[in-house]
Design a protein around this ligand. Sequence first.
Ligand SMILES: NC(=O)C1=CN([C@@H]2O[C@H](COP(=O)(O)OP(=O)(O)OC[C@H]3O[C@@H](n4cnc5c(N)ncnc54)[C@H](OP(=O)(O)O)[C@@H]3O)[C@@H](O)[C@H]2O)C=CC1
Ligand SMILES: O=C(O)[C@H](O)CO
Length: 495
Amino acid sequence: MEKIQELFINGEWVKPSSEEYLNKYNPSTGELYGKFAAASKEDVDRAIDAAYDAQKKWEKLTSVERSKYLYRLIDLIRQDRESLENLLMDEVGKPRKEAVQEVDGVLDQLQYYAEFARKITGDVVEGTKPERVIFQYKVPYGVVLAITPWNFPAAMIARKIGPALITGNTVVLKPSSDTPFVAGWIVEKVRQAGFPPGTVNLITGKGSVIGDYMTSHKKISVITLTGESRTGVQVMKSASSIMAKLILELGGKAPFIVWKDADLELAAKVLMWAKYWNAGQSCIAAERLYVHEDVYDKFLNLFIEKTKRLKIGEPRTSDMGPLINDQQLKKVSGFVEEAVNQGAKILYGGGKPQLPERYSKGFFYMPTILTDVRQDMKIFREEIFGPVIGAMKVGDDFDEVIELANDSDYGLASYLFTKDVSLAMKAAREIKFGELYINMPGPEATQGYHTGFRMSGQAGENSRYGVEEYVKVKNVYIDYSKDPTAGEVIPPYTD
Ligand SMILES: NC(=O)C1=CN([C@@H]2O[C@H](COP(=O)(O)OP(=O)(O)OC[C@H]3O[C@@H](n4cnc5c(N)ncnc54)[C@H](OP(=O)(O)O)[C@@H]3O)[C@@H](O)[C@H]2O)C=CC1
Ligand SMILES: O=C(O)[C@H](O)CO
């Protein structure tokens, strides 16, 4: 039976007022996978109004009461996790082990945020006189618009609704149009968990059509977006009219540095994860390979040999699946073509893999490694977001390598492999990226603050800092003396 994804507004599944639906295609086969509601502005208004009204009651609950809903949601997801794993394999094309890992991440994040019950504390500060005091409350903003991407569609939803809800905000969720069914699955569990109507609402539809309307809506107080940097720029422009608080998790262009003393086997193993995890469709994926001249050939050969052993194909039986859609496939292959035209050479891959007929229309692309890449090439400047990496040989000047790494519009994740502690600590000081992984793989931990420099975004998610992004500090001053104005010079009033 054809899959249909409806809207979820004020605790009910409803059809879009326009009765219009959009198509979602299966990335492994290229076939129609299902249809999802194209919300109208009226639908957006109803969802935001529901969240606005619900928030007034939601914030009056204690954080312990709010956490009980989150714990019920966690239990419901855990009991039915296999169906979410299957959805991730079908809708994203994610290999089985990565689908399992993502559901683990959903449960881990929701658990982490539910545990913040009773731990969101304000301050009591002494006033300017003995009988004055300042109470600093941590209060919720109001309605949070959560806009999520397709690459980790379930984990990114958990990373937003978790902190938003535990702090007393309510949510309108706008998922990627490439993964509407994962979002619908999670919101159905929210419904089953018994969250009060309006606490979480689901609006599907093209961001390019309803995005500006949502992000300039007067009843929205926070916009948390995970997406491309150019989308972040557009959201910033649109949201400026309502002065919404922005949490922007955007693009990445991670440098992967292999120094002459690195453990090459370790570095190659980690690069297999950093490059081919989710078919390279990750904001923390290795996107620029800098290898010391002394070990360049040896490391590249090691990495190519490992890459050759990757099984490419449909998600349930392979190591790496397809790209998310045809547009992404064209974009990634375009990067390779342009790099070759600019003088780079393909050492391995480049093009579609040979697959059984059933998957011949899937959006698959070979893992691809290029050499002779220069710093000014597009493949080193812009986010590829696919299983492709260019390599550059670097000399013995570590300062120069740090400079190359920092020379990017992006600043999210970075990687360094060296046994030299002083080099590692120098990089820790001088690298201008939100994350530096030294001799280890990612991804970011829930207790780490996931944040980026430059065009990789602003504010951040996860850790206690990520929770604090969802509360404002409200200051209440009290003077309990007999004469609060004694000794005060308060012009222009007179006795
Ligand atoms: N920093 C981080 O933690 C992460 C960053 N990312 C980044 O996300 C990108 C991949 O995700 P992808 O979904 O393609 O990113 P997009 O920016 O294309 O879309 C992200 C979300 O924004 C919506 N959107 C698009 N245009 C607008 C608009 N004008 N106003 C409001 N919302 C809009 C999209 O809706 P629609 O789908 O309908 O267009 C989608 O829900 C990569 O750049 C990756 O680096 C991904 C994961 C983590
Ligand atoms: O990197 C990403 O895309 C997400 O943050 C998952 O780690």
